[in-house]
Structures are given as C-alpha cells and as structure tokens.
Design a protein around this ligand. Structure first.
Ligand SMILES: [Zn+2]
Length: 348
C-alpha cells in the first residue's frame, strides 16, 4: 500500500497507536502476536545503542556554532570516540548501530569507519547534510543551504531532501562498500512521521523498510538543576511511547528512547550522573517489561560529557546482568521483531 493512501492517519491516531504499541497486544502493532502486557517479561528486552556520527552545536566548546554548516565534517576527537566505543562494545560481544552523514565520506581518511564496519557494526543513513526531511521551504532545509543557496537553486525542497538521502546511500556504497543499514531522520519528531505521509513515501522510495524518527516528549526539569524524582518518573513513563510500531503504509518505526545526550546535557545542562541515571532507569524499564530501549547519543557530545564511556558501559552491564532477559541488538533486528519484514534496513 503506498504511503499516500494513509493521509487520514491523524496525529492523534498515531499517538494512540504509539501508546498501544507501548502497551502491546493491541491492534496488531505490538511485537509478537498475542503478546499481552502484564508487566512481566515474556520475551527478552531488545536493547540498542545508537550513535549518530555528526558534529554538534556547542561542542567541544559552548561558543561553537560553526558545525551547523558542516555537520558531517567530523573532528578527530569525535572520530576517535566513535571508534573506541565500537571496539569497546565489540569486545563485550555487543553491537552499536551507527548513523552517518554522506558528507563524512568526503573526508580524506575514513580508516576509522572501515574498522567500525569490519567489527560488524551496521551504519545507517542520516542524510548527506543533516537536512530537515519535513522542510517545505528552501530556507528550512539546513543551515548550509541558507548560507549557500546556490547549491540547491531552482529545485523543490522535496527534491533536495530526496537527493540528500540518495547521495548518502551512494557514498556508503562507494566508499565503504556497504548498503545503508536503515534510515534515521536528523532531529526527532514527536509522534514520528505520522503527520508526514509524503516524507514516509520518500523514505520508502529510497529503499528503506524502517525509519527511526520518533522521539517522544518527556520532562527535563529546571535547567542546570539536579533532576527530580518526578522528572525521572516522567522519563520512565515516556518509554512506552518509544516502542516500535508500523505506519499504515508498512514502514516500520523504531523510536529513539528518551533521553538523548544532547537533549539533556546540552539543552537542559544536566550533570552526567543524572544522564546516566535516566539511561539506567530506561533500560531497567525495558528489561522489566520485555520492551525495547533505543539509546541515542552523539560521539561529538559524549567525547566531552562522557569521555570514559560510562553510558555505554552501563548499558552493557545492565544487559549482562539481565542474562536471558535482555540482549543487545541493532535497529534492523528491532524492526524485524515488530513487523516480520526483512531485517536488512533496505528493502530488496
Ligand atoms: Zn543527527
């Protein structure tokens, strides 16, 4: 069924569907036929660690805005952090799902990415320039094109966005010899792409069977203040809205689980211990309920805020301790578990 047929899928319906997926066993959106939410795990929790390979505004120092224009021009500290994380998790028998920007593949030395691929970590498509896939005006696509509008002159935003995705597939294939392992939208969308049937159609036309676009709303508390129990409880409650589901067009959504590093440590100025506590509670919730947790972070932020890899070590430890009740997987495995579609990120 083409995505265009699902324009009547309203935001409200989608949110209901998302929460149904969180409660499992309803409307065929849950993973595992007949699974009913009891609060007791009836299947192992699926825990993913995802790292988006891009430069982040305000890192490594607060005055930096330059990277808005060169998201994919990774600095050495970011590359080294990503590689060290890949080695660390591989050593423990786990996997990290990376998402790369096409522009990164223009860099002279990509040996670090080649090693990440050789270690068995999948790399998905995050567009070429970190574009806003829902943009309908040229000026909303990305900062690079605001400063250099001639790069996209005379073309419709939809066309520019499609090319930004397509070129990244080609760059991954050409420079690394791999197919893109799924697609993640730059920026999270509350309720995913439920209100954007044209964007879902475009993503499917680029060959993807699943997308990671939904970042559910959650509280963050007072900027710069220690996080309260109420905020932590709100974050745990938001995990239900971060369970995978299927759009009417068949595209599978694998949401990002709150909280992301940049959302709380950059925007809300959280301390690392609070970030780690939020991650710990989110993973614990997934293990307790047999749910999904999709950790989202950025090496460009973590190399400053978590230089000794405590977040990914914590997740590995929690999964190890859970034994049979949890496993570390990539997002393709999560997408397959919800839909029965091929595990590969790209449709055949
Ligand atoms: Zn991003």
């Amino acid at each position: 069924m083409p995505c265009a047929a699902s324009t009547r899928w309203s935001r409200r319906e989608l949110l209901c569907a998302a929460s149904a997926a969180g409660a499992w066993g309803l409307s065929g959106l849950a993973r595992g036929a007949g699974f009913a939410f009891t609060g007791e795990p009836q299947q192992p929790a699926l825990i993913a660690m995802t790292l988006d390979l891009e430069m982040s505004r305000h890192y490594p120092t607060w005055d930096q805005l330059h990277w808005d224009y060169e998201k994919g021009n990774l600095d050495e500290a970011t590359r080294q952090y990503a590689l060290a994380a890949a080695r660390r998790v591989h050593k423990r028998g786990g996997v990290i799902h990376f998402f790369a920007l096409g522009r990164t593949l223009e860099q002279e030395n990509i040996d670090w990415l080649r090693e990440i691929v050789a270690l068995g970590h999948p790399i998905g498509n995050h567009t070429y320039d970190h574009v806003n896939v829902a943009a309908t005006r040229s000026e909303d696509i990305q900062f690079r094109f605001q400063r250099s509008p001639w790069l996209i002159a005379g073309r419709e935003p939809r066309e520019v966005i499609a090319e930004n995705i397509r070129l990244t597939n080609l760059a991954l294939k050409s420079r690394l010899g791999i197919e893109a392992a799924g697609f993640r939208t730059p920026g999270g969308f509350r309720g995913g792409l439920g209100e954007y049937p044209e964007v879902r159609k475009l993503i499917r036309e680029q060959g993807f069977s699943w997308v990671s676009s939904d970042y559910p709303a959650h509280p963050v508390g007072e900027e710069g203040q220690p996080v309260t129990e109420e905020v932590f409880a709100g974050i745990v409650a938001a995990q239900r809205a971060a369970q995978p589901y299927v759009y009417p067009c068949g595209l599978v959504e694998v949401p990002m689980s709150p909280v992301s590093d940049v959302t709380v440590m950059r925007a809300a100025k959280w301390r690392r211990e609070d970030f780690l506590e939020a991650v710990r509670r989110g993973v614990a919730w997934a293990i307790q309920t047999g749910g999904v947790y999709d950790f989202l972070a950025h090496p460009s932020c973590l190399c400053v805020t978590d230089p000794d890899f405590q977040a990914i070590d914590l997740i590995c430890e929690l999964v190890d301790r859970a034994g049979e009740r949890a496993k570390i997987v990539d997002l393709g495995t999560i997408a397959k578990s919800v839909s029965g579609t091929p595990a590969a990120g790209r449709a055949s």
